[in-house]
Design a protein around this ligand. Structure first.
Ligand code: HEC
Ligand code: HEC
Length: 491
């Protein structure tokens, strides 16, 4: 069933009650004289309090900080819940097989799919990587597809034949939809004291097996993001998140963040989007179940059709057997499994920051605030209390994101709206744990399509509302720029 067919109320309907007032700290970051105030603030607070060392509060992983830095459960998780976490990880790593098979509990793959297991795209819960040339068929970079018309509705309209996503694999006997091919155009950028080469990607769908896509196809390439601290981000109080928004830029600082507003099946209402590069999903459960459907082709309680992202015109796909089993709620992935995977993802802990060379890191942090980065990369939040997950509630966390959408300029635009997010808007990416990304994933690739090969390249792609901050980085003498990057690496 195409996603758009799901009932979704209009945006005018609901507004959530606001449980908690915004943090006074967050308001500071949107005052017009930010740099001076912030410098004072940063200097006045001892380093430890700014939280780089324990970004996830009491949940922070302080023990395994090598390649498995993103794989530890919340440090304060109870023993019983740690066992569930491990079972959940088993399902996250489960390789799904084609139906019918003798193992009914693990069949139902596809018929169209991008990967056979969650962790094929999120290896060690880290980020995926972009292809380096046109011949490489990227696994962890997927293309979201839609056509215009659904703008500002809580869900985009899928491409009529290819559906919500381009599936690059299919079960035996069925043709995969096609392949995503990239070409990079090098761009030289002169900074104060050095020159940097950026690469601008141009993605095309090639080897299409179901005819030409819609003439007005919108394609958004997305690389898999790291999965740390997501349960904490889900607990940022909705009212605090909305209070941080400044959609009309009333403080005239050039930055006008706003939450995405998306239909959440698990909440049964429209809610601020939190997950995905454009904040297209409000809860981890919604995001995970969409991944089961679109990425692996599996049915879940939210998406009961066994044919995954097959559309009505993909008849051969619809006729293939599915893995929906009567003893498992007539689904391929039943509630017990979606709950275990949800709890696994909820509890992946952010790793401790790096505290060597505090003087250089402190200098980099001051530059980060002075350049205006914290206007979007909000350092600190306090999570709401949670009856279901008390260990994640009431934590002081340092994710460095405001969870809001920002116009990032033409350079990063995908021209594909997703609910309220337009073709130039992206959700501020969290920066916690980013210094350990290369160690976990074995490569450095940043931004929504992995185009940036270093943290500096990621910053230099910033435009739109972040253009002023980027220009300050361009103007910095090289030693200051290194200090700024050193601070990011310490997170
Ligand atoms: C084919 C590759 C692929 C597979 C398989 C995959 N993912 Fe993802 N995942 C992605 C991409 C790409 C995104 C970013 C999506 C977006 O921006 O909308 C993502 C985003 C996420 C997010 C949101 C992270 C954030 O920071 O906002 C979660 C949670 C997630 N995936 C969980 C899962 C789970 C659970 C599974 C298995 C059921 C899974 N993924 C399978 C590619 C994949
Ligand atoms: C106007 C808001 C805004 C400002 C200001 C801003 N950023 Fe960002 N930042 C974003 C958004 C949105 C993204 C995600 C963009 C994308 O993926 O296309 C991002 C992504 C990043 C990334 C890559 C994260 C990842 O996971 O790939 C880094 C690193 C980063 N920003 C650092 C900085 C630094 C350093 C500054 C200050 C010089 C800064 N940002 C200023 C909004 C902002």
């Amino acid at each position: 069933m195409p996603i758009a067919a799901e009932a979704a109320p209009t945006l005018s309907g609901e507004r959530a009650p606001g449980p908690l007032p915004p943090l006074p700290m967050n308001r500071f970051f949107s005052l017009p004289m930010r740099p001076t105030l912030l410098t004072l603030l940063v200097l006045a607070i001892p380093t430890g309090v700014l939280g780089a060392d324990l970004p996830g509060g009491a949940t922070t992983n302080t023990t395994k900080l090598g390649p498995h830095a993103y794989s530890e459960p919340a440090a304060n998780l109870s023993l019983a819940d740690t066992l569930d976490f491990k079972v959940g990880r088993g399902f996250f790593e489960r390789i799904w097989v084609t139906a019918p098979s003798s193992t009914e509990a693990a069949d139902g793959l596809g018929p169209l799919y991008n990967a056979r297991a969650c962790n094929q795209c999120h290896p060690r819960n880290g980020r995926g990587h972009a292809p380096s040339d046109p011949s490489e068929n990227p696994v962890s970079l997927v293309a979201h597809l839609s056509i215009p018309g659904g703008d500002r509705s809580p869900r985009p309209i899928p491409e009529p034949v290819y559906g919500a996503q381009l599936q690059t694999f299919a079960v035996p006997g069925l043709a995969a939809e096609g392949r995503l091919a990239v070409r990079y155009e090098p761009i030289e950028l002169a900074l104060n004291g050095e020159t940097v080469e950026l690469r601008r990607p141009d993605y095309r769908i090639v080897d299409t097996a179901y005819g030409a896509p819609h003439a007005d196809l919108r394609l958004s390439p997305r690389v898999s993001p790291p999965l740390i601290g997501l349960g904490l981000l889900e607990l940022i109080p909705e009212a605090a998140l909305r209070a941080q928004a400044d959609p009309d830029d009333t403080d005239a600082d050039g930055i006008s963040g706003r939450p995405n507003e998306v239909w959440s099946t698990s909440l049964g209402r429209i809610a601020p989007g939190r997950f995905g590069w454009k904040a297209g999903h409000a809860t981890i459960d919604d995001q995970n179940q969409a991944a089961f459907r679109n990425d692996i082709g599996l049915s879940t309680p939210q998406h009961p059709a066994g044919s995954g992202d097959c559309t009505a015109s993909q008849t051969a796909c619809l006729e293939l057997p599915d893995g929906n089993s009567p003893q498992y709620e007539s689904l391929e992935v039943h509630t017990v499994i979606t709950n275990l995977v949800r709890d696994y993802v909820h509890n992946l802990a952010p790793p401790a920051g790096q505290t060597h060379d505090p003087e250089a890191i402190g200098h980099g942090k001051t530059l980060f605030h002075d350049a205006g980065c914290a206007a979007c990369h909000t350092p600190h939040w306090r999570t709401a209390p949670s009856a279901d997950r008390p260990h994640l509630g009431g934590q002081d966390i340092w994710p460095y994101t405001d969870m809001l959408l920002h116009d990032m300029g033409e350079g990063l635009a995908d021209h594909r709206p997703e609910a309220l997010a337009d073709g130039r808007e992206w959700r501020t990416a969290p920066l916690w744990g980013i210094g350990r990304s290369a160690t976990v994933s074995g490569h450095s690739g940043f931004l929504h399509d992995g185009r940036a090969r270093s943290l500096l390249e990621a910053v230099l792609w910033h435009g739109g509302e972040a253009g002023t901050a980027r220009d300050r980085v361009i103007a910095m003498p090289p030693q200051q720029r290194q200090r700024l990057i050193g601070f990011l690496e310490s997170l």
